[in-house]
Design a protein around this ligand. Structure first.
Ligand code: UDP
Ligand code: MG
Length: 323
């Protein structure tokens, strides 16, 4: 049996006025084409989620909503970050469509594979991951930090799809399941594999940003990586314990060595090495407390159960002139 085929493309946008028009046109053309090929229903839509942008992003989205029959707009009351903005869009989309495709506003991910994603969905997959097969267009730095990130994630025991960002198709029921994960420390790439439905991948080449600048500075990337690890794995705390054990065994060995030397009449010399080890251990202790503190901070944030985002307004077909 053919599954429901109303598509919602969810696009989180933060200060994207430079790319938005281009992105809207490309996605509208794609929807036209997919409707022509009878892959999706005529009431499919593009939902731009404005994540508290400071530029004209929301004005543009409202204009598009009036003129373009496919464009919906979800306006968040404040900037909550990419992951939460995307979640807001997906939870809204779960009410409105049979399947969603999430994609970044800069269209660095290839929209031509969306058709293949839909075919896989029709063949029984609930989640289809877009996987980058090359990163030629990324800078050397971006490429290597990103790859290092996936490696560290897998060493730390978090199940993420290698080279997959947030470009993916999700069925209605997988979006509904996702809505049940109530955490504030949100790392979607780690949660979605936990849903456990049948999944598949499509491969594509990562392109350059259409226009505008990356919103992920080094600082944001590092905090994203820490977020990803500490939200999914307690391995770092286990490693601290193991490190502590090794240091204790090492110091016992050192005590035995000193006693033997004392009886042999060799006075232990070397203040320098003593101080080095003192500083080293001080550092290890502070680092360990810091890592544990990171988890306690997370518990603190989760226990407050604050809302993850706040919706200011929503524009759908009703406000559209050519509906
Ligand atoms: N974004 C967002 N909120 C933020 C930062 C970014 O919604 O606080 C959106 C942004 O508009 C884009 C996506 O998240 O659609 C990914 O951002 P970007 O392209 O800057 O990241 P990169 O591709 O460089 O990792
Ligand atoms: Mg990008």
């Amino acid at each position: 049996m053919k599954k429901g085929n109303k598509l919602g493309i969810v696009v989180p946008c933060y200060n994207e006025e430079e790319v938005l028009k281009d992105t809207k046109n490309k996605l509208s053309n794609l929807i036209d084409e997919l409707i022509r090929k009878k892959k999706i229903s005529k009431d499919s839509f593009i939902m731009f989620v404005n994540d508290g942008s400071k530029d004209k992003t929301w004005q543009l989205i409202s204009e598009f909503n009036k003129k373009d029959k496919y464009v919906y707009g979800l306006n968040l009351a404040a900037n909550v970050g990419h992951q939460k903005a995307l979640l807001a869009g997906l939870i809204k989309a779960a009410e409105l469509c049979d399947m969603s495709v999430s994609i970044d506003a800069d269209l660095q991910d290839d929209i031509n594979v969306i058709e293949e994603m839909i075919d896989k969905y029709q063949n029984g997959c609930d989640i289809v991951y877009g996987v980058r097969s090359n990163r030629d267009k990324d800078s050397f730095f971006k490429k290597h930090t990103a790859l290092g990130f996936y490696k560290i994630m897998s060493i730390m025991g978090t199940n993420t799809i290698y080279n997959h960002a947030d470009f993916r198709l999700m069925s209605k029921r997988s979006m509904e399941e996702l809505a049940k994960y109530k955490e504030r420390n949100l790392f979607l790439r780690g949660i979605i594999p936990l849903l456990g439905y049948k999944t598949d991948c499509v491969h594509y080449k990562r392109l350059e940003r259409l226009a505008g600048k990356s919103k992920y500075s080094l600082k944001k990337m590092v905090s994203f990586a820490i977020e990803g690890i500490t939200s999914f794995s307690i391995k770092p705390i286990t490693l601290i314990g193991i490190l502590g054990l090794i240091i204790i065994l090492f110091s016992i060995g050192f005590v035995i060595y000193s006693i033997v030397n004392y009886f042999l009449g060799n006075v232990v010399s070397g203040w320098a090495s003593l101080f080095c080890s003192l500083w080293f251990l001080g550092g290890v202790q502070l680092l360990s407390i810091g890592i544990i503190g990171e988890y306690i901070g997370k518990i603190y944030i989760e226990t407050k159960e604050r809302p993850r985002y706040n919706i200011e307004s929503f524009l759908d077909k009703k406000t559209n002139k050519n509906k």
